[in-house]
Design a binder for this molecule. Structure first.
Ligand code: ADP
Ligand code: ZN
Ligand code: ZN
Length: 755
């Protein structure tokens, strides 16, 4: 009987493609293997075999598979093929989108002649050429004095390599790493062509070896022991357990015990983290215990390392423990026992762009179930979704309410900024209470963390005469002034502008810096508390220097850390006794149904950085709304009443977790056209789903980004109506738009369970 195979191809069409299997390939072909097939006129694509069957398609002439690329073992395990299907259906994207995201580049079935693919163990690096005078920066810059972009690239190279002009020593910099930091690849090529930089190949495929000795885990406290056995008991009945443990209760120690046990019974463990660069402390802790049986997998790994880990996981000797960020959930596990999702509430588990816009926490749960493994979600501030699932008894719930060493949670004091302003007590962004507390803490040898959710110097530059504000030309958003770069920067598209000195509307020169960013706060603090030694951590900090900042702070080189939400991510410093939140209001007032949940999570996590060892910590929150329920919650540290009250609102307004939400986003450079398309789509969706289930179309707060006008439609579906149906109905609603030629440039994307 003739043999056929359905292939997943990396193309943006919502279907699989059937090809015939020539007799010569019949013995080689298997689901999960990569194959090369003809596609369109003269093109070839590499795809993945999904299923093999004997049903000849009747509606078109099938073509032959040309080649089977995987000789012995398939690149995907059977459960991963199912996972591609699940992700594509649930997140309303194509199997091709999911496949592209799942596989590391070099294993990835790209279009055309991807014949060589994964070549292990070498990578391109760049260095200063030996043929130029490398003894000082000016000599080198002189050579390219007319090429601004090349100068930028070379300066970034100096920074990344920590180039030392005295002895020529430097850290190796890969071409890929450099390309990630620069704007112009052409400028980099020009530097190579001009003989200033040169390329060289390095064997890098070796995964970094750990040479330390392995440390036995800490014995658990009684309280931790109880939580541990509760978790085990729940796992007898349920696939997923939520561990709600307050900050510094020792969740990591419990994970370690569970992981160790899985490994000892021959199982594998996946440990997901929201972010690697900021959580090196956990990485080192796990390395100490699990040594070389563990690997680290994240999006900043070189593609070769990713491919190598992938291949190793398919081999007879896979890593027992993978510590990774969201993409690690896609790796193959042959014998998975447990998935730990640490800080499960974190937004970074959700992929924003491109499709699939998946949430790795949810994918982890589905994937674990397919592997008959268990999932442990952990957080001090659980997402409402997960907590609701626990209350509704889909998940087991285990609480841990004491901090390690019985240290009390910090005392939270609230300062009413309105009142302080009225009495003219505020010094810039600082209240007298906060200044006093900082001074006292530093003078007693302690350290301080200050949280402020805006980077840069000031929020905007505004004309004092007419109220004009400097805005981005591509986006509908005001620019943030960055003093250190002497530029006004768009935080949406990244474009830099010269800072306005004269108002273009009224020609006044009376321009003022409005609002505070981290940079300005640091500048003020130095004036107010001269003994402060300050580090800033925000997304302007280059990724490579996070670790240095963390180390300097840990070693006491600096005594104040000012940062944006980055500092909420699980730092564990012994000596921090004071945490200050400079303005709680922007987060609380955000017009989004999740604002309260998110503001609370963020602030409670920041609060949790204080007084983790020995002594109770202190927190000062500055706010315009001291009576806000979130502030009250932060003072009492009581999650449940806050959760209940918020859930009531979500119920009344039919928001998640009571419904499943999909945001349909339309983009077009022409505002009129996008408005029309959005109106039609909204009407069609309303007819199909019911008009009470469709909200919009609305322009989001920033309604134009990179010259594209954006309109959102919100669709609320209930959990019962099944994915397949939703998908079919949405496709039907799209038909009138797809038919019209004038809508051909409207880009439509779907975000399921948006954050
Ligand atoms: P969480 O993840 O809940 O915030 P951690 O696991 O980071 O808490 O623990 C907080 C601190 O207390 C860490 O420095 C950890 O090493 C320490 N700790 C927690 N439990 C124990 C234990 N049983 N024995 C020794 N140290 C512990
Ligand atoms: Zn003006
Ligand atoms: Zn912009």
């Amino acid at each position: 009987m003739d043999m056929f195979a359905d292939i997943i191809l990396p193309v943006p069409l919502n279907r699989l493609f059937t090809y015939s299997v020539p007799p010569a390939l019949e013995s080689d072909i298997a689901p999960g293997k990569r194959v090369c097939v003809p596609f369109g006129r003269g093109r070839h694509l590499t795809g993945i075999v999904s299923v093999i069957h004997n049903n000849r398609p009747t509606e078109y002439q099938v073509k032959d598979i040309e080649k089977v690329m995987d000789i012995d073992i398939p690149t995907l395990l059977p459960y991963q093929i199912e996972l591609i299907d699940w992700i594509s259906r649930y997140y309303l994207c194509t199997p091709g989108d999911t496949l592209k995201m799942l596989l590391p580049n070099s294993l990835r079935p790209e279009s055309e002649n991807q014949k060589d693919g994964y070549r292990p163990k070498t990578e391109q690096f760049v260095k200063l050429s030996e043929h130029i005078d490398r003894s000082n920066r000016e000599n080198i810059l002189e050579k390219i004095k007319r090429a601004r972009k090349q100068q930028d690239v070379i300066n970034i190279y100096f920074e990344l390599s920590a180039y030392n002009f005295e002895d020529g020593s430097c850290k190796p910099v890969s071409k890929r790493q450099l390309q990630e930091h620069i704007e112009s690849k052409t400028a980099l090529q020009a530097l190579i062509a001009n003989g200033i930089l040169e390329q060289y190949q390095v064997e890098t495929g070796r995964l970094p070896e750990y040479s330390g000795t392995s440390v036995t885990p800490h014995p658990l406290t009684d309280e931790q022991e109880r939580a541990y056995s509760d978790i085990k008991n729940h796992f007898k009945q349920k696939n997923t357990v939520l561990l709600h443990g307050i900050t510094s209760s020792g969740k990591t120690e419990i994970y370690i015990k569970l992981i160790k046990e899985e490994i000892e019974r021959g199982k594998q463990v996946l440990y997901l983290l929201p972010e690697i660069a900021l959580t090196t402390q956990i990485m080192y802790r796990l390395r100490e215990v699990f040594g070389n049986s563990m690997c680290i997998y994240h999006s900043n790994c070189t593609d070769n390392i990713r491919a190598e880990i992938w291949q190793r996981q398919l081999s007879e000797h896979p890593f027992s423990l993978v510590l990774g960020t969201r993409s690690a959930v896609m790796l193959p596990f042959r014998n998975l026992g447990l998935v730990v999702v640490d800080e499960e509430h974190e937004n970074s588990y959700k992929q924003e762009d491109p499709a699939p816009r998946y949430n790795a926490r949810n994918v982890a749960i589905v994937m674990a179930a397919k592997c008959r493994a268990k999932t442990l979600l952990g957080s001090a501030t659980p997402s409402f979704e997960s907590y609701a699932n626990a209350i509704w008894e889909k998940y087991g719930l285990v609480s841990l309410n004491t901090r390690y060493g019985n240290i009390e949670l910090p005392k939270v004091e609230v300062v009413d900024i309105t009142d302080m302003r009225k009495r003219k007590y505020m010094k810039g962004a600082f209240s007298p209470q906060l200044i006093e507390a900082i001074t006292e803490t530093i003078d007693n040898g302690g350290q301080v963390i200050l949280f402020h959710n805006r980077r840069g110097y000031s929020a905007t530059v505004e004309c004092r005469e007419c109220g004009w504000v400097q805005k981005c030309k591509n986006c509908d958003v005001s620019l943030t002034y960055h003093k250190s770069r002497n530029a006004a920067v768009c935080h949406y598209c990244g474009k830099h502008y010269p800072v306005a000195k004269v108002c273009p509307e009224c020609e006044s020169t009376h321009l003022a810096e409005i609002g505070y960013g981290t940079e300005r706060i640091a500048e003020q603090l130095i004036q107010l508390v001269p003994q402060a030694k300050i580090s800033i951590m925000d997304s302007d900090t280059s990724k490579g220097s996070y670790e240095d900042i963390i180390r300097d702070f840990q070693d006491g080189v600096n005594n104040v850390l000012i940062g944006t939400q980055m500092i909420s991510k699980g730092f564990d410093f012994d000596n921090v006794y004071l945490v200050g939140i400079l303005q709680a209001d922007t987060m609380m007032n955000f017009p989004d149904f999740r604002a309260a949940e998110r503001a609370y999570q963020l602030m409670e996590q920041v609060v949790g950085r204080a007084g983790r060892r020995n002594k109770r910590g202190r927190v000062i929150i500055q706010t315009l709304q001291p009576e806000n329920q979130i502030i009250e919650m932060l003072q009492s540290h009581k999650y449940r009443p806050f959760f209940n009250q918020q859930m009531e609102e979500r119920h009344i307004f039919a928001y998640p977790p009571y419904t499943r939400m999909v945001i349909i986003k339309l983009k077009e450079s022409n505002e009129q056209i996008v408005n029309e398309a959005a109106a039609i789509l909204c009407r069609e969706l309303g007819n199909l789903f019911g008009h009470d289930k469709v909200l919009g179309p609305d322009a989001p707060i920033v309604s134009k980004v990179r010259m594209q006008h954006i309109r959102n439609i919100i669709l609320k579906t209930d959990h019962k109506s099944g994915f397949l149906n939703t998908r079919k109905m949405i496709d039907k609603a799209l038909e009138p738009i797809e038919k019209e030629n004038r809508f051909r440039y409207v880009k439509i994307s779907f975000d399921v369970d948006p954050l």
